[in-house]
Write a protein that binds this ligand. Structure first.
Ligand code: ADP
Ligand code: MG
Length: 155
């Protein structure tokens, strides 16, 4: 397990972090995000989408009313919002395993709501609001796949 904390001072900077992560992402990656409402999870995922070369038409919005939005890119982005979920059954219903163990990059907002659904090996991101425009972003890589790539090449 490897961990780093990064501070950002604007939405653009958080988005930029997402772009960097998106460029380094590979097929089958799982990125689990947590943080209060307005922390910047969606903002970071917008950058992730850009790094994955998701087309502008498929621009990532906060998927308030859907659990899953799929966006085509260099690698497809599966954007989950688990805000309203509290148990695994609802996720099982949409066949989430086919996505997170599938052919794309999965980004899950409010991942800790359905902890059982999160693979042991993943990239975990926790965002804390530390000021009007300041955010503390803790990134943890678990497993060789993630530690090696994100922490050797970049951090
Ligand atoms: P979440 O998905 O975690 O609920 P959003 O990404 O939708 O949060 O919203 C984050 C809000 O905080 C946006 O309105 C954004 O403009 C604002 N913001 C201010 N500073 C930052 C920052 N450093 N990083 C990310 N968002 C920021
Ligand atoms: Mg959001």
């Amino acid at each position: 397990m490897k961990k780093i904390t990064i501070r950002t001072h604007s939405p653009e900077e958080t988005r930029g972090l997402g772009i960097t992560i998106g460029r380094m992402s590979q097929l089958g990656d799982v990125i689990a995000l947590d943080g209060d409402l307005g922390a910047g999870k969606t903002c970071l995922i917008q950058g992730l989408a850009e790094g994955l070369e998701v087309s502008k038409e498929s621009y990532v919005r906060s998927p308030t009313f859907s659990i899953l939005n799929v966006h085509e890119g260099r690698i497809p982005l599966y954007h989950f919002d688990l805000y309203r979920l509290s148990d695994l059954d609802e996720l099982e219903e949409i066949g989430y395993r086919e996505y997170i163990y599938g052919e794309g990059v999965s980004a899950l907002e409010w991942a800790s709501n359905v902890e059982e659904a999160i693979p042991a090996e993943c990239l975990r991101i926790v965002i804390k609001r530390t000021g009007e425009e300041e955010r503390e972003i803790e990134i943890t890589a678990t497993g060789k796949r993630y530690e090696g790539r994100f922490f050797k090449e970049w951090l």
